[in-house]
Every structure is written in structure tokens, then in C-alpha cells.
Unconditional design. Structure first.
Length: 162
């Protein structure tokens, strides 16, 4: 029995229902990232900023798994007194592609992790308004990506804004 627990890990349920899982180092998973997938994900990120900068709504929409993905500012969502609806792509679409303003967006400090058909890109961003009242914002994004066929699609985007 001790040997089985050593290989599987230990699951303990405390008095208040808290759960603690301690994984066995022998079962640790290594992420498999191919150079071709990494290049495809980097291309997706470059296409993302190009589409925002050039107001290419159709190109941007093609990057998404669908229009109902979680896509929201975490500050706005967590300020609510009830569970937030994070499926707010339509708000982003109107703000970026339908308001008449032009933006330039850049990504920095990009970190990509992948395991097979699932990947995560976390990055810092700066968005500048280049028409009308000039302003800028910055923050951090976390994109979850899913490989569909040979193409990577954005399955969710959560971000902070400063």
C-alpha cells in the first residue's frame, strides 16, 4: 500500500473539506513543445497584434476557437458581486474594430508552454491609441490555445489593464 501511495501521490481531506494533493516526482509531466508548434503560436501572436493595428476584424476572428470564448478583463469581471460572465468577446470587438479609433498593440515578455494540442501564452502588452485622443494602456494577458487540425486557435483570453 505504501508503495502505491508513493507512486500515485497522497490525497488528504482535512476537517473542513480542504484537499491537498502531493504529486510524486516520478509522475511529473514534461511539456512537449515542437519548434514547428512554437513558430505557429508565435505567428498567431504576431497576427493578433497585426489585426488589432490594421483593424482586420475578419483576420482576428479567424484566430478564435469561436465567438463565445472567455475573453475578459479580470478587473472588470471580479469587481462584480456575483459570478462574472467572462464571455465578453463582443465587448472587445466593438471597442477595437467598431468604434472608429485606431490602435497599435505590441506584445512583450512572451512565455509559451505547450503539451500536445494545448498551449498557454502569457505576455505583457501595450496598446496605444493612434487616432483621436492619444492614450495608452498596458497589462498582462493569458491566452489558452487549442490546436485544431494544424492550426492553433485562441480558446480563452483573460487580461489585466493598467
Amino acid at each position: 500500500m505504501k508503495r502505491i501511495l508513493a507512486h500515485v501521490g497522497v490525497l488528504a481531506i482535512g476537517l473542513f473539506g480542504a484537499t491537498l494533493v502531493v504529486a510524486s516526482p516520478r509522475l511529473s509531466v514534461t511539456h512537449q513543445t515542437s519548434s514547428a508548434d512554437r513558430q505557429s503560436i508565435e505567428l498567431l501572436l504576431r497576427t493578433y497584434t497585426r489585426c488589432v493595428t490594421e483593424r482586420d476584424e475578419a483576420g482576428f476572428r479567424a484566430l478564435l476557437l469561436d465567438d463565445n470564448i472567455p475573453f475578459a478583463s479580470v478587473q472588470e469581471s471580479t469587481a462584480l458581486d456575483h459570478p462574472p460572465d467572462l464571455r465578453r468577446y463582443e465587448d472587445f470587438r466593438r471597442a477595437v474594430f467598431a468604434n472608429g479609433r485606431r490602435y497599435r498593440q505590441a506584445f512583450y515578455n512572451i512565455r509559451i508552454e505547450q503539451d500536445g494540442p494545448l498551449a498557454q501564452a502569457s505576455l505583457d502588452f501595450v496598446t496605444e491609441t493612434v487616432s483621436g485622443n492619444r492614450s495608452s494602456s498596458s497589462g498582462w494577458k493569458v491566452l489558452q490555445l487549442v490546436k485544431v487540425g494544424s492550426a492553433w486557435k485562441i480558446a480563452s483570453e483573460l487580461y489585466t489593464v493598467k
